[in-house]
Ligand binder design. Structure first.
Ligand code: F6P
Length: 522
């Protein structure tokens, strides 16, 4: 892999100099006053998404240097390596090919299709699996006896399908209820089981590895509950979504939908892990969701860097994290159905780019993943927006707005859109009031992502956009965005502590854990 770390490029030093010269004191209001074409220069159309980047603390010079940085770190070669199936997840020796899951089948009449020839067989397998999964989804949709679908999974095997089923609520088949159980906390599963009957429930056990302790514990309890309440037909009422089909069979589940180790957990909603969504919105809706994401893939692969939305967003992230020193980003979807979108993005970005070493294992002297957090608007406005407007830290905000509503309630949508525009405006413009309690400094940066409609295709495009912008910042930082070793230590320790909680043995434990363990057992 031919990657140059960002801090070892000429552009890095030039960006530092540009930041000191003009970046630190940059004022978005002055930039608008000086350049009437700023909105056009700093907005970008991409499939299904229009982005207004103009309220950010960036000018043409900084953006040009960031584009140089992208070139000098080898972003293009790294992107092309992903799209040609190279093992860019180098610590696990795996290819990164979630994008292939949304690539249309090869058309013999179009030999120049973008997918590489050597992947034709894999793509064929992808479509055979997809067709089987979609046929199953349609069967469940037509089966009136099944009213409740329970997805048991965690992390990428939960957040994606849950976020998408909620987001596309307007497209969900009436008469089917969807439940998502992820936490090992039995309160969660118990609360769902209370509402169910075995004969009308379909459990989907979603786990890439089929070893995750939370999912295995919940699946075992669900199976016990099913049998204890008279359920017998496991083949009809349980299905497994996993790369480890043999483990699912050993667990007693014969209905299985597989995927591949080149799909990362947090990138897996396009695979069999998307089955709850396929049941919810149907095969056609799921295909539209994939097509929207594919359109964004093509944009990422083919648009020149200067007009490539994932590239522009990812480079802005680098500019803010490493030069302005902003360590968090707030995401504010102004659509109540996007309530799990912030949680989804937390895993996508923080598990991908929350790394302290580069791809070769060397410690990094600069920051990587920001903290991602947020809530749907307008609710956030009445909670933490105070801090965004007047707090001591500057937090870039990324709004999502949707032009058309799917309801007919008069007045609401105009008010919602007025609020998203007003918040972005207030952050930027501020308000002078003698420097006291009612003073707003303004010049607080924000981006607005605008969708015409929240529908399967636009959601697919929005999520693929987010995947690729995370790829871009991770590529520039020189890290491996596709492993997650940081989650392992806690898993190992939990097993040991579980044994000690049962036995009461505190020998050799640190003082705090020993004290807490003793209190829990008292
Ligand atoms: O612990 C982190 C993690 O490995 C995530 O990356 C993943 O999405 C989640 O656990 C669930 O893993 P699985 O799908 O294998 O159960």
């Amino acid at each position: 892999m031919n990657r140059t770390r960002c801090d070892r490029t000429p552009a890095w030093g030039q960006l530092q100099a540009a930041f000191e010269a003009t970046g630190r004191s940059f004022d978005v209001r002055q930039a608008f006053a000086a350049d009437p074409a700023r909105f056009e220069a700093f907005s970008q159309s991409a499939p299904h998404v229009f982005a207004d980047l103009s309220k950010n603390r960036i000018d043409a010079e900084a953006e040009a240097l960031l584009l140089d940085l992208a070139q000098q770190t080898g972003l293009i070669a790294h992107r092309d390596a992903m799209f040609s199936g190279e093992a860019i997840n180098n610590t696990e020796q795996r290819a990164v090919m979630h994008w292939l899951l949304r690539t249309p089948p090869l058309d013999p009449a179009m030999p120049a299709q973008s997918v590489h020839r050597h992947m034709a067989e894999t793509l064929h397998e992808v479509h055979t699996t997809l067709d089987a999964m979609l046929a199953f989804a349609e069967k469940v949709r037509a089966d009136e006896a099944i009213t409740d679908i329970v997805n048991i999974g965690i992390g990428g095997s939960d957040l994606g399908p849950q976020m998408a089923v909620l987001a596309l609520d307007e497209f969900v088949l009436p008469g089917k209820r969807f439940h998502f159980v992820s936490n090992v906390d039995g309160h969660e599963l118990n609360a769902v089981l209370k509402k169910l009957k075995p004969e009308s429930t379909l459990f989907l056990v979603a786990s890439k590895t089929f070893t995750t302790i939370e999912t295995m514990t919940n699946a075992q309890s669900a199976k016990r509950w099913f049998e204890a309440h008279g359920g017998t037909d496991i083949a009809r009422h349980f299905a497994a979504l996993t790369t480890h089909v043999a483990a699912a069979r050993a667990f007693g589940i014969s209905t299985t939908f597989g995927f591949w180790d080149w799909v990362g957990g947090r990138y897996s909603m396009w695979s069999a892990i998307g089955l709850p969504l396929a049941i919810a919105i149907g095969a056609q809706g799921f295909k539209e969701f994939l097509a929207g994401a594919h359109a964004m893939d093509e944009h990422f692969r083919n648009a020149p860097l200067a007009h490539n939305l994932p590239v522009r967003l990812g480079l802005l992230d680098v500019w803010y994290r490493n030069f302005h020193g902003f360590s968090s980003r707030s995401v504010a979807p102004y659509h109540s159905a996007l309530k799990r979108y912030p949680a989804y993005l937390q895993q996508l970005e923080m598990e991908s780019n929350g790394k302290r070493v580069d791809a070769s294992g060397e410690a990094l002297p600069y920051g990587t993943s920001p903290v991602i957090w947020g809530e749907p608007g307008t609710n956030g406005q009445h909670a933490y927006f105070q801090m965004l407007h007047q707090g001591t830290d500057v937090v870039p905000v990324e709004f999502v707005a949707v032009k058309q509503a799917k309801h007919m309630l008069p007045g609401h949508h105009t008010l919602l859109l007025a609020n998203v525009l007003a918040q972005a405006q207030a952050l930027m413009l501020g308000k002078t009031d003698d420097g006291g309690h009612k003073h707003f400094t303004g010049n607080r940066p924000s981006t607005l992502l605008l969708l015409d409609e929240l529908k399967p295709a636009s959601l697919g495009a929005l999520i693929a956009l987010q995947e690729h912008r995370v790829f871009v910042s991770g590529a520039v930082w020189g890290i491996n965005s596709f492993d997650q070793w940081g989650v392992e230590l806690g898993k190992v320790l939990a097993k040991e502590v579980e044994v000690r909680l049962k036995s009461g043995n505190t020998q050799g434990l640190d003082g705090s854990t020993a004290g807490l363990l003793a209190r829990l057992r008292a």
